[in-house]
Design a protein around this ligand. Structure first.
Ligand SMILES: *Cc1c(COP(=O)(O)O)cnc(C)c1O
Ligand code: SF4
Length: 347
């Protein structure tokens, strides 16, 4: 068994094991873990320093995930924008291709909480065929984003087959992989994987660091390995209450990412996804963070702060100067010029 497979095998997947390992009372987590899967790799568990810290909050089930509120499972209408199973086609020239429904660690704030880690979400044999045919039959698609779940939880061979078949489609100009394994399962980034990936350029990898403590000698090493394979690395951070919702933490994170050759790409406002409401911050918190970055540190450390507009209307960058005089509802304008109402909260 490959080392990373062994690590997945050794991961914690039940509240009972977690209670044993951390010596805490987890009786409240049972119902949560039944509804939403949990998995914490040995490596990521080792980053926890104390209960309730930023690493803990991201991976340990929380009874607030079962809160009854007005949030919905799929606010971005991904299901409606899915022409065939496993493809989300929202923008004119690019698609998201869901190649895996598994992740190394199940993030409690996940925007695809409705299906990651669920048995019915597992890609059936042949499911990739319909998605690949869709891409092949849709000449407008020049950019394919592999997502899921985590594409790097596929074996090298399965991933290579998908990459090879995409590369064989003349109008696919570039491929991106969105993955959190550099953060949660660094052993997955083997030399062999990098040798395979570099045969499919232009290939971009966007990873997902949310806190400076996730940048460790291990994650630094594997990001170098990917970068040395000629893969430009970007990062998508989610703005999370109690994890990174202050300007100093976020500035440090952005600076440390550049120091490991990862370019900050997006900071995402939390989507309005059922089971994740306790992570929400106000938009004012996000714009204050952006004000703390712009001009105060390298422009390269300043990503776009985006709201993924409800209803699949697209990611909309929010600038501090745009939301000066606002009420509970923000009016956003997307790339097509449509006005979208966004319901904000008070912190
Ligand atoms: C985020 C996203 C993309 C990619 O958007 P970029 O701004 O090009 O990174 C494409 N499709 C969907 C459905 C998305 O959510
Ligand atoms: S790695 Fe990404 S897809 Fe997987 S649980 Fe975390 S946020 Fe969701």
């Amino acid at each position: 068994m490959e080392k990373w497979r062994k690590s997945l095998h050794d991961s914690i997947t039940s509240p009972e094991e977690l209670g044993e390992r951390l010596g805490i009372d987890v009786s409240a987590f049972g119902a949560v873990a039944e509804r939403y899967p949990m998995r914490i790799t040995p490596y990521y568990l080792g980053l926890i320093e104390q209960p309730g810290d930023p690493i803990w909050l991201q991976c340990v089930p929380d009874s607030r995930e079962l809160a009854v509120d007005c949030l919905v499972p799929d606010p971005l209408d991904e299901e409606r924008l899915s022409p065939v199973a496993g493809v989300i086609h929202r923008y004119p020239d690019r698609v998201v291709f869901l190649v895996s429904s598994e992740c190394a660690v199940y993030c409690r704030f996940c925007m695809r909480k409705r299906h990651v880690g669920c048995a019915h979400g597992v890609m059936a044999e042949g499911a990739h065929d319909a998605a690949l045919s869709y891409v092949a039959d849709t000449p407008a698609v020049r950019d394919v984003i592999l997502s899921g779940g985590d594409p790097l939880l596929l074996d090298d061979g399965d991933l290579e087959e998908i990459l090879g078949r995409l590369r064989a489609i003349p109008h696919v100009e570039m491929i991106r992989i969105g993955t959190r394994v550099p953060v949660t399962l660094p052993e997955r980034i083997t030399q062999r994987l990098c040798r395979m990936l570099k045969r499919y350029h232009p290939l971009y990898v966007n990873t997902h660091f949310n806190h400076p403590r996730e940048i460790t000698p291990r994650s630094r090493e594997v990001c170098s390995r990917l970068a040395d394979a000629g893969i430009p690395l970007g990062n998508q951070t989610v703005l999370l209450k109690g994890v990174n919702d202050d300007p100093d933490t976020m500035k440090r994170l952005m600076q440390m990412l550049l120091a490991i050759r990862v370019r900050p790409y997006y900071i995402h406002q939390m989507d309005l996804v059922q089971g994740t409401g306790h992570f929400r911050t106000s938009v004012a918190t996000g714009t204050a963070i952006m004000e703390g970055l712009r001009g105060h540190t390298s422009g390269m450390a300043t990503p776009y702060y985006v709201i993924d507009a409800p209803g699949g209307k697209g990611k909309i960058p929010v600038l501090p100067e745009c939301v000066a005089d606002r009420g509970e509802t923000l009016l956003l304008r997307n790339y097509r010029g449509e006005l979208i109402e966004y319901r904000d909260i008070d912190d």
